[in-house]
Write a protein that binds this ligand. Sequence first.
Ligand code: SF4
Ligand code: MSK
Length: 631
Amino acid sequence: MSNELLEFDVIAEALIEKAQKDGAETMWDRKAALKTQCGFGEAGICCRICVMGPCRVSPSPDKGAQRGICGADRDTIVARNFARMCCAGTSAHSDHVRDIVHAMYHSSEDGPFKIREEGKLRKIAAEWGIEEADTKETYALAHELAEMALMEFGKPFGTQNFLKRAPESRQEIWEKENIAPRAIDQEVVTLMHSTHMGCASDPESILRRSLRTSMSDGWGGSMIGTEFSDIMYGVPKERASESNLGVIDPEQVNIMLHGHDPNLAEMIAVASKNPELIEMAKEQGAKGINVVGMCCTGNEMTMRHGIKIAGNFYQQEMAIITGAVEVAVVDVQCIFPALPKLAKSYHTRFISTSPKAKIAGDMYIEFNEEDPLSCAEEVIKTAVMNFKNRDASKVDVPELKAETIVGYSVETTIGALDRVVNSQTDVTGTVKPLGDLVWAGVLRGAAGIVGCNNPKVEHDYAHITLMKELIKNDVICVVTGCAAQAAAKAGLLKLEAKELCGRGLKEACERANIPPVLHMGSCVDISRILHLVTLVANERGVDIAELPVVGAAPEYMSEKAVAIASYVVSSGLNTYLGVMPYVSGSENFMKLMTEGVKEWTGAAYVFESDPIKAAELIMADIEDKRTKLGI
Ligand code: SF4
Ligand code: MSK
C-alpha cells in the first residue's frame, strides 16, 4: 500500500484493536474514562491561581457566580489562563533551545558537538554585530555567539536580536504596541507575575503581554533554535524519506526517537552507525539497527539525515503497539506519561533522558552535554540486548508507508526557486521568484500549516483536508511539526501531489521540481516560515500583514501552539485555529482575539473547526489581501 495518496491515516483502527487484544491501554481508553470533559475548564472560566479557589464562574452574565472570591470576573480569569498557556509554550520552546545553545558553547573540533555550517555561523555572527565575524577562529566565534545567544534569555536591556530581520513597518508596530519582546526569561517571568493573584485584571493588557511573551518565542527562542541547530547539525536539504509506522522494520533492532531536542537525536544517529554496535545487533539475530523518528525529533532527523518518520503525535502509542520497538527514547515535550506503562505490555524499554522531563515507570539515562555519546551508546546497547526479548506473537507492523521529500529550509527553498528563473539573465539566490509567482497570480498565496493532533479532531483529517483544499486553489503550503507528518503520510510531500493542485501551483511545482506542500521542519522551525515570509515582504517592500499569507493550526493541542498562534498573529498573519482554545467563557476576550488585536497587529485569531469552511475563509482572506495590494 505504499506510495498512495491516502485520504488520512487508516492504521489507527487495526492497532487500537490489537492493543485491546494485547491488554494495552491507549489514549482512547483514557478519553472514554474521562467521560464528558469539564465545561468550565473548556470555557477557561475555572481559576485556581490562588488557594482561596478553585473558583468557577458562570459562563453567563445573567445567572450564577459572576466573580471569584477575589473579585476576578470571567474576562480576567479567561485572560490569565490564556496568558499562562503562552508562558508555558514559550518556556518549552525556548528552554529546549537553551540546551542547543549550551551544546554550541561546548562545541569543539574533536568533540561530539561540531560546527558543520561555518558559513552560516559567520553570517549569523555578523547579523548580530560580532566584530571580525568573517575572520575569527571558528570555535572561538561559535563560543562567542553562543554566549551572546544565552544573553538573549536574560539580558537586562534591549529587545530580541532577530527582530531586526522584520520589515521596518513591522518593527515600528511592535514598538508602538509595546509587543517587541525583551529577554525571553524576562517576558515569561513578567507575565507569570502579571497573572499572579492580585495583579493584572485588565484583559486587554493581559493579551498584549501574552503577545509579547509569545513573540520572545517566535522571534527569540525558536529562531535561535533553528539557526543554531543548522550551524551545528547542518542546514536541511531536499532529500527523500519515508513516513508512517511501516518504516519500523521487524528484522532490525528498532529505536524510536521521540521528543524535540536534536542534541540527543543527533548523538543517537551517530552512535547507531558505530560498527561495533551494528555487529552486536547482528550477533543478537537482527539485520541491523533501525532508528525511526516520532513527532518533532522525527522532523529534525528526517530533514538532516533522511531518518524515517514513524509517525506523528497520536501515533506514539501505536508505534509501541506494533510490538517491534526495542527502545522508545525520549527527551522533552509531547511525550505521553502513559508510555512506560504501555511499553510494559510489550518487550519495549522506555528511556527518558532529560532531567527536565524525567518520566517515571522505566529507565532513565541522563543526557549530559559534556559527554553526550555515552548516553546515546547506552541507549543503543539497551535496545540491541532487548531484541531477543521480543514476543513474535505480538509483532504486527502495518505495511503502510509513504515516500516523501523533506528538507525545505529557507536556504533550500531559495535554491529550488532558482530553478524557476533563467540563471543566465536573472538574479538567483533570492525569494524574488516566489514574490513574482504570487504577484502574477500563478500562486494565489501561501499558508503555513502547523501543529499537533488532538483527539477532539479526526486524526489528520483537518490537516489533510485543509491542505488539499488550499493546494487545489493554488495556495502553496509550508508545513512543520505533526502537520508536516500528516502531510507526509498522506503523500502530499511528493512531486506527484501536484496532480491535486490548481493549474498555477501545478505549473510552479513542475518548474521548481518541488511538491506543493513543503516540509520545513519541527515546531521551532516555524521560525523558518517567519523568516521566509519576512524575506518576501522585504523584497516586495510591503509589511507582512499585507501579504496573501496565513497561518493555521487545524488540530493543535499544546501550549506551545497557543504561543505560536500568538506570535504569528503578532507578526501580522491571520491565524486559523481548528480547535477552540479555552477562551469561550469570555465574550470580551474572544472579541479582543478576533477583532481587537487586528487594530494593533493587523491580524487576528480565527476559530473554525471545519477544515472546508476554514479553507473558504482563508481563500477569501487571501483574495482580499490581493485586492488591497492591487495584484
Ligand atoms: Fe479565585 Fe481569585 Fe484565587 Fe482565582 S485568584 S482562585 S478567582 S480567589
Ligand atoms: S511535536 S507540539 S504534538 S506539532 Fe512538536 Fe507535534 Fe504539537 Fe508536539
